[in-house]
Ligand binder design. Structure first.
Ligand code: KIV
Length: 273
């Protein structure tokens, strides 16, 4: 079988991710939103599984990540956790569950952890949400930060273009990354920023920086599973490498099924009782 399968079957922890950075081992991370996919992703050796709020787009068909609710993320998080043995499972806190106050943030975070049994949570933002991040970490919940392109703020940006190309935004991103590290985050996702900036952040932090559209100079990579498997078509940002064309594979299998049903070829004598 092609690929990289770790011989280390121990559960991945936040501490082990930091050790991986220290010894220069890159961290692999993918999203999953359901039990069956999570089993495959975990079995293939991915280190971190993110129950991303990109489920709002991929699972629910919304245009943005904003509509997905805490209850919906909890439902998906529970299903993914049941399918995973080795990977660290991180669940996204959805839009509106941690911005209003640190009190609301920690209350929602505790509910998420109690019901899903996930290992950690991810929040978007730096200085603006730092009190929420601190309060959640103080309650004993590991937090992954998320900077650069933050899809929950799409209405503020107005576009999904590359972030932090200018000096002011780049300096703020570096400041925010350091604030998140000081607050106790165990890792940070940096999305769609110039590779040189992401590499600089990864060098200046002791915690792992996981990139998406942020070049190869960071400590790990994350992609949305449906994108890298080629289930989604019509979404082709430069950073996306497609490892399969499941859209074609599934379409041809399903159209064959339709044909077999129509022609009375399915089920045959062996496929019945
Ligand atoms: O929700 C998500 O899938 C994410 C990744 C793109 C990092 O946040």
């Amino acid at each position: 079988m092609a690929g990289y399968l770790s011989s280390d079957n121990r559960k991945v922890t936040t501490h082990r991710l930091i050790e991986m950075k220290q010894r220069g081992e890159k961290i692999s991370m993918l999203t999953s939103y359901d039990y069956t996919t999570a089993q495959i992703v975990d079995g293939a050796g991915v280190d971190v599984i993110l129950v991303g709020d990109s489920a709002s787009n991929v699972v629910a068909g919304n245009i943005t990540t904003l509509p997905i609710t805490l209850e919906q993320m909890i439902f998906l998080g529970k299903a993914v956790v049941r399918g995973v043995k080795r990977a660290l499972v991180v669940v996204d806190m959805p839009f509106g569950t941690y911005q209003a106050s640190a009190y609301e943030a920690v209350t929602n975070a505790i509910q998420m952890m109690k019901i899903t049994h996930a290992d950690a949570l991810k929040l978007e933002g730096g200085e603006e949400v730092i009190e929420s991040v601190k309060k959640i970490i103080a309650s004993g919940i590991p937090v992954m930060g998320h900077l650069g392109l933050m899809p929950q703020s799409i209405n503020k940006y107005g576009t999904y273009a590359v972030r932090a190309k200018g000096d002011d935004e780049a300096e703020k991103l570096i400041r925010d990354a350091k604030l998140l590290e000081e607050a106790g985050c165990f890792a940070i996702v940096i999305e769609k920023v110039p590779a040189a900036l992401a590499e600089r952040v990864a060098k200046e932090l002791t915690i792992p920086v996981i990139g998406i559209g942020a070049g190869g100079g960071v400590d790990g990579q994350v992609l949305v599973v449906a994108d890298m498997l080629g289930m989604t078509n019509g979404f082709s940002p430069r950073f996306l490498r497609r490892y399969a064309d499941l859209h074609s594979v599934m379409t041809s299998a399903i159209s064959q099924y339709v044909e077999d049903v129509k022609n009375c070829d399915f089920p045959n004598e062996k496929e019945q009782y």
